[in-house]
Design a protein around this ligand. Sequence first.
Ligand code: KIV
Length: 276
Amino acid sequence: MYVETEKRPVRKPVTVPMLHAMKAEGRRIAMLTAYDFSMASQLEAAGIDVALVGDSLGMVIQGHASTLPVTLEHMVYHVSAVARGLTTTLLIADMPFMGDRDTAHALEAGARLVGEGGAAMVKLEGGAPHILDAIAALTARAIPVCAHLGLTPQSVHKFGGFRIQGREASAAERVLTQARAVQSAGADLLVLEGVPSTLGEQVTKALDIPVIGIGAGPHCDGQVLVCYDMLGITPGKRPKFSKDFLAGRGSVAEAIAAYAEEVRNGSFPAPENCFN
Ligand code: KIV
């Protein structure tokens, strides 16, 4: 016989319209990456709003120097593992490198990430015309899209490294134009990575959809970090835009809860985590 021994407050599942409402109400969105069931369960327990299975898994799980070697098979495997750890946290899956090389491939990959993997949304990097077409096609088939602009890691070779984007006026204008274009194409969310805080603020104010920053300053509608960066276990130097939330705390659960709290009360990112 099943006996209920503990009553916990039940959180409603986070949905895409709910994220829009959070922006409208000025409530910041806390997002983290996860790549497996156990970490996903920690995010769920801490009440993280959005989990992202990023293709950063190529670097932090597989040990590659970039995200480029990650395949659709890898993504579906990790997305389905993470999905099993979530009940209310919204799940976003990254489109792997070249998964969106044309609309047909983007639709096929999107269908697998959502249908097989269990994601609620897919994330596409860049604002090129073929990406705008893919965003429109996925959205038309009821697959919500998170766009990703600024320092888009799949463009590492084009950028000549993982470099801050949008510092010059013309480059900032380009990011702003792309942001308006991805929203017009149907994106429901935007991740803005590695840009000066002033540009992060401009883009956030210009768009109706929520803007989630990573190294994009404190004015975004929410923040995202790679979970291993914010636990201080990624090998090498911690990126400036991240913070070790495990330092001085007793558990991963406490670190994730502290991250959510600092994102929501606006104390993360601090000035030392931001770019000019
Ligand atoms: O791949 C990833 O984890 C990402 C986030 C860092 C935004 O794209």
